[in-house]
Design a binder for this molecule. Structure first.
Ligand SMILES: Nc1ncnc2c1ncn2[C@@H]1O[C@H](COP(=O)(O)OP(=O)(O)OP(=O)(O)O)[C@@H](O)[C@H]1O
Length: 246
């Protein structure tokens, strides 16, 4: 049993049309990327999975535990699109502070912050004030903050948006390593960068899942003769066109 959304319906206002309608989704092991056009519902799905909000009907569970339970929230970590640097805090202090907010005692949070920063390859920047870090490094502080309380599932909302190619490559390698230990679901528009590196791909369109499966099955949607290195974009384009007609 894993993180699962069962028949989930969600709308932002009681009277507005649902953004997700009776959605069923089970997160696979490893690294899954969540693709879809603007407004497809990716952030909404992640927010439900992160227990930031709750479905109007249906259930969200992790190993059968419903998302409103404290143990659920302890198992799942979420990184929103915007990471803020906390005024005056170093990277380690910011990550430790997040751990403390999540209920760890000060000493455990401090120790765990060092480990989390090492997992995102930021040990060398641990004592630097977060406001002096680059945008890509600050995102890695965000991932470390998400990891500090030893979550089993990591939910990342467009973590690579605005990163330069080098930072994206570093970030991608870190995620690939992390995904050996925790389940990772991340939304992105960087199809070409990530789709060939991940284990699973899910494509959301207008609140419906139009594809979910392993990377090979996803790439198989690229038309024959697609140039090497373009397969992910081509597969996504074919699936998006199909989804638009469903
Ligand atoms: N706070 C909100 N209040 C009302 N409607 C919202 C709110 N947030 C999102 N929506 C609407 O819900 C739908 C899905 O939005 P969501 O942000 O989940 O999509 P997305 O796939 O993450 O988009 P993007 O790729 O642009 O980030 C959109 O129609 C959006 O306008």
């Amino acid at each position: 049993m894993t993180l699962a959304l069962s028949s989930c319906t969600y709308s932002y206002r009681p009277w507005s049309p649902p953004v997700l309608n009776r959605l069923n989704y089970s997160l696979a092991p490893g690294l899954t990327i969540l693709l879809g056009p603007n407004g497809a519902g990716k952030s909404t799905l992640l927010r439900l999975a992160a227990a930031v909000t709750y479905p109007r009907s249906g259930t969200v569970t992790y190993q059968g535990i419903p998302s409103h339970k404290k143990v659920y929230r302890a198992a799942v970590a979420w990184m929103p699109q915007q990471i803020t640097s906390m005024s005056g805090l170093t990277a380690r202090e910011q990550v430790a502070y997040t751990g403390w907010l999540k209920g760890m005692n000060k000493r455990d949070a401090w120790e765990s912050a060092a480990q989390a920063l090492s997992r995102v390859d930021l040990s060398a920047q641990a004592d630097i004030k977060t406001k002096r870090l680059s945008g890509g490094q600050l995102r890695r502080v965000g991932v470390a903050s998400a990891l500090v309380h030893n979550a089993r599932v990591l939910l990342l909302d467009e973590p690579t948006a605005g990163m330069d190619p080098k930072q994206r490559r570093i970030f991608r390698d870190i995620l690939a390593t992390l995904a050996d230990e925790v389940q990772v679901l991340l939304s992105t528009h960087d199809v070409a960068d990530l789709a060939e590196e991940c284990d699973q791909v899910t494509v959301l369109d207008a609140g419906r899942i139009i594809f979910t499966g392993d990377t090979q099955a996803f790439l198989a949607h690229a038309p024959a003769g697609t140039a090497p290195g373009r397969a992910a974009e081509a597969a996504y384009s074919v699936l998006s066109d199909t989804g638009a007609h469903l």
